[in-house]
Ligand binder design. Structure first.
Ligand SMILES: [Zn+2]
Length: 323
């Protein structure tokens, strides 16, 4: 057993079609996929650094041949497979209970059919979460949700997520306020109270302690484009703060962390896509090494098992506001 504190890694397996749809590109309906390029590359980097992140898989992909192959390879590599919704619709928090059950159920079936155990963890696309969703997770036997990003730049993060679309203009006030409210959301694990049930854990994606700004993926690559040294200094200070404040970091990765422009045609609008593949792989390797130097790195499900039952409990009715 290692005496280093625990940190976790997860990967949201967002596919090319989902980014293109969010961008408003009608060609998304052909469901273009970069999984055959991204998944082997990611698994190679994970293998080199001996980490097994939890992979949040989209049901619509797991139902297809390349997605099912990806799920099988991820499972064979010893990674936990979790649920990232069926359609990767960032407005999931507006879905009715019936639609949420369909989203969850179809994805569970596809994941199991592809050879992975039934998922116990869920992350909403675009950090979407609602009390109806949490109730559905409880009823379906999930042990944790990982949909929150406790940051004050919620509206900005959403715009970043929906970059290039006109969604920003139609953003409703409640979502905007929800985004700002999330600055008060905890940066470490807690439990949701759903009716009388308090067993569903929440593992937030860690943001920079105190400053509450994201430290992962596209944000880091954005800084890297300005200055590789700045990006590394920024990430190193985030880890230093986590250690100083006793925050067990849970960091998020995306396929775009290892894909160059040529691997993802039609995604030139997305931040960081001009960074060459080799540079991206090197930065990810550095991030994993830095994390592994100070922490024992596990998946999100394992992170929660190691941490024991979180003491803090929050009412699920506050989910829409994040706190
Ligand atoms: Zn996603």
């Amino acid at each position: 057993m290692s005496d280093r504190p625990v940190a976790s890694l997860s990967l949201d397996l967002d596919n090319l079609w989902a980014y293109r749809r969010t961008h408003g590109d009608p060609d998304w309906a052909r469901m273009p996929s970069f999984l055959p390029t991204a998944v082997p590359r990611l698994l190679e980097v994970f293998g080199e650094h001996r980490v097994r992140p939890t992979v949040f898989v989209v049901g619509a992909d797991a139902e297809r041949e390349d997605g099912a192959k990806a799920v099988a390879a991820i499972t064979a590599a010893g990674c936990e497979v979790a649920n990232h919704s069926h359609g990767h619709e960032p407005r999931l928090h507006r879905y009715s209970r019936a639609r949420l059950d369909e989203e969850l159920g179809r994805t569970e079936e596809a994941i199991v059919a592809a050879g992975a155990p039934r998922p116990l963890g869920f992350r909403g696309p675009g950090y979407s979460v609602s009390s109806a969703l949490l109730a559905a997770l409880v009823d379906r036997g999930y042990t944790y949700d990982a949909s929150t990003l406790p940051t004050w730049i919620g509206p900005l993060a959403r715009r970043h997520h929906n970059r290039g679309t006109r969604a920003g203009a139609s953003e409703s006030r409640d979502e905007l306020f929800g985004g700002v409210g999330r600055v008060w959301a905890p940066n470490t694990a807690y439990r949701w109270r759903v009716g009388s049930h308090t067993g569903l854990a929440e593992l937030p994606v860690t943001t920079m302690p105190l400053a509450r700004v994201p430290v992962h993926g596209a944000y880091l690559l954005h800084l890297h484009q300005a200055s590789p040294r700045l990006a590394r200094a920024y990430f190193a200070s985030a880890l230093r703060l986590c250690r100083a404040l006793g925050v067990a970091p849970s960091l998020l990765l995306h396929p775009t962390d290892v894909l160059g422009g040529a691997d993802a045609p039609g995604m030139e609008f997305f931040p960081g896509m001009a960074v060459p593949t080799g540079e991206k792989v090197a930065l990810l390797g550095w991030v994993l090494a830095e994390l592994g130097r100070h922490f024992e790195v596990v998946g999100t499900g394992e992170h929660l098992r190691r941490g024991g039952v979180p003491r803090r409990v929050r009412d699920a009715r506050l989910a829409e506001r994040g706190w």
